[in-house]
Design a protein around this ligand. Structure first.
Ligand code: FUB
Length: 344
């Protein structure tokens, strides 16, 4: 496990071998969701903090309380921290654990989608709005109806439809929703997971209502299939979905990308519709220092960028991460070239 192997890593060497630097160093940030608004890059990350909560497989040590928005005029330029954009204390339905957010824009209003644990201990997804991409954001009084689990990612299609992708297993609680309602009993993240030879749990998606404040349909499974058309199995931990959904379009195809969690890859799958199915296509990012891996993909002036995080700045502390970016390339067939985050 990464925690146990930390003592064997030479962090100074690793930092010098990183292909990119942290985008901000005055705070810890993670889970970067990047978009271009008004010609600038806006990044919506988690804001990592020291929690003194012991490490566990539910991610209880990720005890974040607020969000900051980071912007930059262009890749490589100075980053600006716009301060607190939303705090858990201002969200009536949320109790704790402000995990990976995302944002979008419609008709001059900016929408921040974020997961948090509600007062009953169940993860839900909320929306907050602002007239500025930098916030501050005003939260809705209640979470999105019928929302659950974590890691919302919003995708605007060319026809003007908006879709929300979400879900995460283990601490993200997706395994507790297998029967369509939350299974409260059973401690630990592994209790309700499928067996290794059963289909893996699917990420979820739903089209958003015109006002982007609620789902317009019941959340659906996103099927990730292998080269034979069969669903990836739960035991296929190098390829199956764990958390950190992202959707982008390239050359008229839909690319669904995600983290494999306990095997630490960012992978992707390609489909012909925002609803999938998506055929597994390969790895985008090899493992980073730290347990989690989370990303987004954003284009700026004709180039494509991978936004990701690692724990090299904190010298391996799992819950103290730093956002980074690097160029992402496609080959002539539309496959993404795998990125290694440290030079060999
Ligand atoms: O930042 C908390 C959680 O860690 C995110 O929701 C996951 O995607 C993982 O990065």
């Amino acid at each position: 496990m990464p925690e146990a192997s930390i003592e064997y890593i030479n962090f100074d060497k690793l930092i010098s071998e990183s292909i990119s630097e942290p985008l901000v160093t005055h705070i810890y940030t993670a889970d970067p969701s990047a978009h271009v608004f008004d010609g600038k890059i806006y990044i919506y990350p988690s804001h990592d903090v020291e929690s003194n909560v012991p490490f566990d497989d539910l991610g209880s040590h990720f005890a974040m309380e607020d969000y900051h928005v980071i912007s930059m005029d262009s890749p490589g330029s100075k980053t600006i921290d716009h301060g607190i954009a939303l705090h858990v204390q201002d969200v009536p339905w949320a109790k704790e654990q402000m995990w990976a957010p995302d944002a979008t824009e419609k008709a001059g209003t900016y929408y921040l989608f974020f997961p948090a644990k509600a007062h009953d201990g169940i993860f839900r997804i909320g929306v907050a709005t602002s007239s500025s991409p930098a916030g501050p954001f005003t939260p809705r009084p209640a979470a999105i109806q019928h929302s659950f689990s974590i890691d919302p990612a919003v995708f605007k299609d060319e026809d003007g439809s908006y879709y929300l992708y979400f879900g995460g297993i283990w601490g993200g609680q997706l395994q507790r929703w297998r029967a369509g309602e939350f299974i409260a009993e059973g401690e630990g993240p592994l209790v309700h997971l499928p067996a290794d030879d059963e289909p893996a749990l699917c990420p979820k998606m739903a089209r958003l209502r015109d006002d982007l404040l609620e789902f317009d349909e019941a959340p659906k499974d996103i099927l990730i299939i292998d080269e034979n058309g069969d669903p990836l199995l739960a035991g296929d931990t190098d390829r199956r979905f764990f958390e950190a959904s992202w959707l982008h379009k390239y050359q008229d195809k839909y690319y669904f990308s995600y983290s494999t969690g306990d095997t630490h890859f960012i992978c992707y799958a390609i489909g012909g519709s925002p609803y999938g199915p998506f055929t597994y296509a390969g790895r985008i990012l090899n493992p980073v220092v730290g347990w989690t891996s989370h990303h987004s993909i954003c284009s700026f002036e004709g180039k494509h960028y991978l936004f990701y995080h690692d724990s090299s700045l904190s010298k391996g502390v799992t819950h103290l991460r730093s956002i980074k970016m690097t160029e992402l390339e496609y080959d002539a067939s539309g496959n993404i070239k795998t990125i290694s985050p440290y030079r060999e």
